[in-house]
Design a protein around this ligand. Structure first.
Ligand SMILES: *[C@@H]1O[C@H](CO)[C@@H](O)[C@H](O)[C@H]1NC(C)=O
Ligand SMILES: *[C@@H]1O[C@H](CO)[C@@H](O)[C@H](O)[C@H]1NC(C)=O
Length: 206
């Protein structure tokens, strides 16, 4: 993920969180919003012990998108899982279906199922912003699947990082700094208002 897109994702999520009032937003002195967030999987896992996803439970329906050596995150795998479980109906998140999917993916981790589900419900706005910010790609293998489910995955991961269940959070200074930056760094104006954008997602998810 390049810097530019990482920043857009960061800002889009922050904007939404501000909109819904989920962020207490005090001035936090040691947050440096100019610093680039290196938001990779090992950094996330080092702070929030996210359970391993049981992609295997979708092998029957989505095995064709799980190459040898185990499932790998890809737009088609995510789209296949979203399709198989009916997560997006007319671009709206179906909460019951989303919970069901998360239980299959996360197993008996109720606290994580809850926070992932909250994240999913918070992510429609940021996902719309990501869709709008997307640069057209030359046709490739990846282009045949919608990016929307994967965008949900990216957005939700950030949400879960910010609202990691406290028993799974590593309360160290670097982790806390990262979390505060994730929560407090600036908003992306385009993601506000949002008229007409659900149509975009509806087109893309079709
Ligand atoms: C992942 O993030 C950590 C912590 O920010 C950083 O030290 C590491 O170099 C990053 N790894 C990759 C592969 O980008
Ligand atoms: C998901 O469903 C849509 C609409 O039926 C279809 O066009 C798309 O190919 C499906 N994607 C996968 C990965 O099966």
């Amino acid at each position: 993920m390049d810097n530019h897109r990482a920043l857009l994702i960061c800002c889009a999520l922050s904007a939404t969180l501000l909109l819904v009032g989920a962020v207490p937003a005090p001035a936090v002195p040691d947050v440096d919003c100019a610093r680039r967030q290196d938001f990779n999987v090992s950094a996330i896992k080092g702070c929030c012990s996210i359970p391993t996803f049981h992609f295997e439970s979708f092998r029957k329906q989505c095995g064709q998108y799980m190459p040898d050596g185990g499932p790998r995150v890809s737009p088609c795998l995510y789209e296949c899982i979203f399709n198989a479980t009916g997560i997006l109906r007319a671009s709206e998140v179906n909460v019951a279906n989303a919970r069901n999917m998360l239980q299959r993916l996360l197993g008996n981790n109720q606290d994580f199922v809850d926070v992932y589900l909250e994240g999913m419900q918070q992510c429609s706005g940021p996902v719309e912003a990501m869709v709008r910010a997307r640069r057209p790609r030359p046709s490739s293998a990846v282009a045949k699947c919608s990016p929307v489910p994967l965008y949900y995955g990216i957005c939700i991961t950030r949400y879960v990082f910010s609202y990691c269940p406290s028993s799974s959070w590593s309360d160290t200074e670097p982790c806390e700094t990262e979390r505060l930056q994730n929560l407090n760094c600036p908003t992306m104006r385009e993601s506000r208002g949002g008229g007409g954008t659900t149509r975009t997602i509806a087109q893309i998810t079709k």
